[in-house]
Design a protein around this ligand. Structure first.
Ligand SMILES: *[C@@H]1O[C@H](CO)[C@@H](O)[C@H](O)[C@H]1NC(C)=O
Ligand SMILES: *[C@@H]1O[C@H](CO)[C@@H](O)[C@H](O)[C@H]1NC(C)=O
Ligand SMILES: *[C@@H]1O[C@H](CO)[C@@H](O)[C@H](O)[C@H]1NC(C)=O
Ligand SMILES: *[C@@H]1O[C@H](CO)[C@@H](O)[C@H](O)[C@H]1NC(C)=O
Ligand SMILES: *[C@@H]1O[C@H](CO)[C@@H](O)[C@H](O)[C@H]1NC(C)=O
Ligand SMILES: *[C@@H]1O[C@H](CO)[C@@H](O)[C@H](O)[C@H]1NC(C)=O
Length: 621
């Protein structure tokens, strides 16, 4: 199906008038030329409505991409497969894996997205010098540089066009890779709420027989966010250096090589190998299994072009656990909250719902989980969690991508003490940057946030944590729908399952100390700066260089930040000292105490306990 489609594109664009001397590689020809690696799937299925067939990979129904390396003297544009992911993977809101009749109306986080056919595409390649990505779009209309916005816009990425229905995106070489969104301005979708009050959800006026339909919008249908209807992400990565030990030896006896087809789940559960190497091609697990690796396996490698439908669980007690490579791990066959104790049915359980990446941390044994290169698609639940001794596991994650997180509880990676993550893209439906431990560094993260929970989260229980640095977060989109669950850049929620009106849930023997959240930029309409339930003492917390573009209507309350006083069960208040907000702005206006524009009804929207401000425990400058 793909080849006919592609041929149509090529035929429609007269090659002769494209930028001088460029060559378009024929058919599915991919690059493997040192300065550039691209890949292709012969079983691409163009289908943005239903589950794809066994053995197939969902291919963008709109975009085609070719990549050229500036170091390639032949100036060839090679094909680069454009993947696609869709809400609920076309399965509907179902309870039982593979049973379309088991439809439920229970909330799975998706309201209108499936009804109005929201999609997210991505293409990925490896490069060692500047590259150009040529992009065409089905229908060929408006494929001009003037119609395109790149987010984040500070990466040096530039767009031109040829007046012939192609854009050319210049992607400068970056040793940390680049992850960005290409947005056609005639393809934006505006999320609107059912009301202008605090507890609403999205409505749509496109599909009369679809859910949450209204025939027309009024002023009560507040605008909550605007983003591409059909997203297109570009993930450019440097190839791993040979010294970094990120590619296992495919020929070594300790390497178990997995060929395309059905994944040998039971053989891998008892294998004695240390490495598992997924070859390029499509690998399938069923919707009622996942890969629980034998305890000897400490390294899973997904080759570029490997597309693995399933989930992976480590059981090793090795000190170094690794998941590397530029393949995709896709949860697309699972139902939401796939419960491993109940036949992978949609029954939510923080204990048993399936994480697409998981492991067991051996008590007392310090372990590190290294996750790099891979793309996680369509997680059915929190994407990365460990069980066992959570004090002896840390995460080392870079050049990691999460896409298609349309379901509700699709958190980012849980960061335990000692974790270090950088150069990451998260599409996430829930808590995204989870700084749950001490000595955590997070740098250079691009976030596309959907409708609930804060982007940075460290709440849900009192924590005794220190030395946390989050530096460099570009929030390219947010579409919060409700004031309900901390629609914030920085959030610390109330104790799990306790109402926020109960203000005596702190533990004053614990503290958050020396935490910095800085250089955070949120674009478009979105949530507030912070909603912090102080469940422990606070000492030296710095929020610096944070800018928000715009709030939705004030009547829904989402704009409002909260930092109330809180007590423990005996009525003793948490202590608060050295909490500084420096250089916070909303819509370009700097928010300070001196300018008196910080309060809940003023531009800043900060509702901070008056005693904190009066005593200089919290300073806004
Ligand atoms: C291109 O297509 C041909 C024919 O289907 C196939 O044999 C070949 O493996 C494909 N190449 C790539 C890089 O996918
Ligand atoms: C091209 O853009 C214009 C202006 O935004 C829009 O009206 C038109 O529908 C677009 N055409 C297509 C095919 O998307
Ligand atoms: C504060 O935390 C940072 C990491 O975020 C660390 O580098 C620094 O040493 C810490 N300062 C103190 C005084 O512990
Ligand atoms: C704040 O942002 C400015 C401009 O980007 C930058 O020069 C400065 O280093 C930032 N401050 C910190 C503490 O990172
Ligand atoms: C304040 O933050 C903005 C980004 O939000 C930055 O551009 C500016 O340089 C910062 N100012 C200072 C003095 O750091
Ligand atoms: C929004 O939620 C916050 C925190 O729960 C609450 O303080 C505020 O009153 C709410 N706003 C509205 C308009 O309900």
């Amino acid at each position: 199906m793909w080849s006919r489609y592609l041929a149509l594109f090529i035929a429609a664009s007269p090659l002769t008038s494209i930028v001088v001397a460029d060559v378009i590689a024929p058919g599915n020809q991919t690059a493997n030329i040192g300065s550039l690696t691209t890949w292709w799937h012969n079983t691409g299925e163009i289908n943005y409505q239903t589950p794809v067939q066994h053995g197939n990979v969902r291919q963008s129904h709109l975009y085609s991409a070719w990549v050229k390396s500036s170091a390639d003297s032949s100036q060839t544009y090679y094909n680069s497969f454009v993947y696609e992911t869709i809400p609920r993977n076309g399965q509907g809101n179902i309870i039982t894996p593979g049973d379309p009749s088991s439809v439920t109306t229970a909330d799975d986080g998706v309201t209108i997205e499936a009804a109005v056919w929201i999609t997210m595409a991505w293409t990925q390649f490896l490069y060692t010098s500047d590259a150009w990505v040529k992009i065409s779009r089905h229908g060929n209309a408006n494929v001009t540089a003037a119609n395109v916005v790149i987010r984040p816009n500070n990466l040096g990425v530039k767009v031109t066009d040829d007046g012939q229905s192609n854009i050319y995106v210049f992607v400068p070489y970056n040793s940390a890779g680049l992850r960005f969104s290409v947005e056609f301005q005639d393809n934006l979708y505006t999320y609107r709420d059912s009301c202008a009050g605090p507890v609403c959800d999205f409505v749509q006026n496109w599909v009369p027989n679809g859910p949450y339909y209204v025939s027309g919008f009024t002023d009560n249908n507040a605008v909550m966010g605007t983003e591409p209807h059909d997203a297109l992400m570009i993930f450019a990565s440097p190839p791993p250096s040979s010294s970094a030990n990120l590619v296992p030896d495919v020929k070594a006896p300790q390497t178990y090589v997995v060929y395309p087809g059905d994944v040998p789940v039971s053989a891998l559960a008892s294998a004695s190998n240390t490495n598992v190497y997924f070859m390029p091609g499509v690998h399938e697990m069923t919707a009622t299994q996942h890969l629980k690796l034998s305890s000897s396996v400490n390294w899973v490698y997904l080759a570029p072009g490997a597309y693995v439908k399933g989930a992976i669980q480590f059981t090793t007690s090795a000190s170094s656990i690794k998941a590397t490579g530029f393949g995709v791990l896709s949860g697309e066959k699972y139902v939401y909250q796939a419960n491993t104790a109940q036949g992978y049915k949609n029954v939510g359980s923080n204990g048993d719902s399936l994480r697409i990446w998981s492991g067991y941390s051996t008590p007392g044994q310090q372990q590190t989980f290294t996750l790099t290169g891979v793309t996680t698609n369509s997680p059915p639940f929190n994407s990365i969690d460990f069980t066992g001794d959570l004090n002896s596991i840390s995460i080392s994650q870079w050049d990691y991508k999460q896409v298609g997180a349309y379901f509700g509880q699709t958190d980012g990676t849980t960061l335990y003490s000692g974790s270090n993550i950088h150069d990451v893209f998260y599409h996430s439906g829930d808590d995204t940057i989870k700084t749950y431990g001490s000595d955590i560094t997070v740098r250079n993260v691009v976030v596309w946030k959907t409708k609930t929970a804060p982007i940075i989260q460290y709440g849900w229980q009192p924590r005794n944590i220190e030395n946390i640095l989050v530096d460099g977060v570009d929030v390219i989109h947010m579409h919060y729908s409700s004031n309900g669950s901390h629609p914030s850049i920085i959030g610390a929620n109330q104790q799990y399952d306790v109402k926020e009106t109960q203000t005596n849930t702190a533990d004053t023997s614990q503290s958050l100390r020396n935490a910095t959240f800085r250089n955070i930029r949120a674009q478009g309409i979105g949530g507030n700066l912070m909603r912090i339930v102080p469940l422990m003492n606070y000492e030296n917390v710095l929020l610096e260089n944070i800018s928000l573009d715009q709030f939705s209507v004030r009547s829904n309350g989402i704009y409002q930040s909260e930092l109330p006083s809180w007590t423990d069960g005996s009525g003793k208040a948490v202590s608060m000292s050295g909490f500084v907000i420096n250089n916070f702005s909303v819509g370009g206006t700097r928010i300070t105490q001196a300018a008196n524009n910080y309060g809940p009804n003023a531009a800043g929207g900060l509702n901070i306990a008056p005693e904190y401000l009066a005593n200089g425990r919290v300073v806004i400058k």
